[in-house]
Design a protein around this ligand. Sequence first.
Ligand code: HEC
Ligand code: HEC
Length: 484
Amino acid sequence: MKSYALISLAILLALIVGVIHAQDELCPAGLPERPALSRHIEQEDILSGKLGFDELLAHGEELFSVLFNVCDGQGRPATTGGVAAREADEIAFSRVSAPDSNSCFSCHNQPRVGGGAEFVGNVFLLAQHADPVLETTAMMSSNHRNPLGMFGAGPIEMLALEMTRDLQALREAARSKARDQGDSVTVALVSKGVSFGELTMAADGAQDSSGIEGVDHDLVIKPFHQSGTKISLRQFSANAMNQHHGMQAEERFDLNPEIMDADFDRDGVQRELTIGDITAVTLFQAALGTPGRLLPAQPERHQDAIRGEALFDQIGCTTCHVPELRLESRFFSDPNPFNPSNTLTDMSQTVRFDMTEQGQEPRLERDGAGAILRAFTDLKRHSLCDPADQPNAIRFFCNETLRDSRPDVNGRHGSEFFITRKLWDVGSSAPYGHRGDLTTVSEAILMHGGEARAARDAFTELPFADQRAVVEFLLSLQVLPALE
Ligand code: HEC
Ligand code: HEC
């Protein structure tokens, strides 16, 4: 025990000396340049309660807003944005394949820290795998995506978690029943009233996934990324830190059994982001204010916004943009048990907070032991692409050029699948659509094709005054001013 403690101490000292040494080489004492981040924090100090919740959020906000520099370990000469090794590259920044910016805040700042950005903050998705892409932004090597805001993201992650548990429980019940009966069993995959198709289990445990809709065959709801491919804020943040800034999370690199390299990116800096740092930036985002409703003061517009809500339901928008869903638990909990193996999964390190009592105001609405989410999404992937709307297929939510080349995660050819966009902040999130190339809410509605064509047509057939009411309703859904 004692010698184990001594060895740990020796490793810790070696790490600290390593960090100081590397940083001193890059940013020697005597020069005013120092790491931009004021300090790192340790997970143990969060778990033991040594660091209070407010202190944790403040550190998370600093990590999210600071302009990382080489003294912090900014840059990743020998690592791609997709976390693979590459030949060391001299090019420090590339607007396409990244590092493309110095801080999360650079792209997540509207209407304030933690929000989205306009077109100029777009990311060229997929380019991080063909890193560096220096000569083309053509859609075969990259794909425009507009930044989303993270207001309400904590509740969204927990909603996805509860839905995943429901769907997986249905699968396991079907598995046991099929085994007991000696015959195949088909089960409807419904969670919180949202249908994800059906699943058939054979007596020998084989899964027929052909009837599953809008979620991967593992039945894990992945609420983040407009394509619905990332499980948790933690997973996303560790990716983003590496991709956008060349800042390596130790859980992803140094301590990851598949890598175990303290300076995988060969920039001379170790322990760039501790487990505690990633917890802080995750909780900062999870605890951002919950979007809400701001009705116009002018009586006519006020009436329209109320009337528009009912019309939004009548014309079928709520089949995907579900107005309210209930959370059984009102607690946010990190790490997410469904995190992939390159993200913290150790459940003995869980940090929790009550989303209805703690964090930025306005907070999530409490309902008994749980809470109500008014996010206007079903967390399901849909295709709004409609060949009838050609030739301008990119604008019609189609993602045209990638569609034929890259099967989506379900094995279907169709990367035009996007998760139903949350609308609870739509009045504050211009521009619109996954590319951010639509400047008004009305344009975004008119671009709905494919699975949403009927609702869109119902909208265009409404009398003009009713169309105006639907848009007025949507514009009333906003990121509210922070009340603290
Ligand atoms: C260069 C711009 C840029 C920078 C810098 C950036 N992001 Fe993003 N972020 C985006 C874009 C674009 C998306 C939307 C991606 C998509 O859906 O395809 C996004 C999405 C996200 C999401 C998912 C939101 C959702 O609801 O799906 C999270 C979480 C996030 N970013 C966190 C971060 C963090 C943490 C940092 C800093 C380490 C960061 N981002 C830095 C552009 C950026
Ligand atoms: C079949 C499901 C579905 C239906 C029905 C549907 N939507 Fe959508 N909606 C989506 C998806 C998916 C997106 C994201 C599309 C993208 O960016 O590729 C979206 C995006 C939006 C956006 C853009 C939001 C933003 O921040 O970019 C608005 C506005 C919107 N929907 C309003 C409506 C209205 C109004 C109706 C009814 C007329 C409607 N939707 C019907 C699935 C649906």
